[in-house]
Design a protein around this ligand. Sequence first.
Ligand code: ZN
Length: 188
Amino acid sequence: MLDAIVIDDFLNGIGNYVTEPVSVRKLSAMAQMYLEGQAALTHGDPVLYRSWSVEPAPGVDKELAFGLTFLNPGLIGKEYFMTAGHFHRGNGAEVHVIYEGRGLLLMRTRDGEVATKRLEPGTIAYLPSGWAHRTVNVGGEVLKFLCVWPTGLAHDYETIRREGFGCRVIAGLNGPELITAGGYRLRE
Ligand code: ZN
């Protein structure tokens, strides 16, 4: 498995270069987001995901930033490994391209609407402005996806940390089940 991403910087003629993960997210950094997160920590502190990101033209209007996320398979209690999730501050859409693994994209608005999308290799997901997003690995292998977003985008992780995501994905007897929290509406 890749431990770093290689970026082909063909225009600048400096060849390829490799970046280390900018973030290695362990359970201890988001234990309170899982129903049984604190209990699971007594058994260990697994790496949930690693992510890389690059911004080739920082601060330049209408440029693009992009990155990869490798989300490991596994369960915390009955909940699948997932990303922390965030809103974007102000306007700013994002595109995800899945190239390995199986997952669910969860999205929610600030006024309590929730939507989901199945993810599999080849899925291209457009995440409109105003929708927070979180990715859940419901498969048995690492879920790998490319993310592309506008330069200068500011992230709001705090709202999800404070309010939760409005839904959870748990491992049921017949596969993943979505549970929507009170006060949230699922867009069918
Ligand atoms: Zn985002």
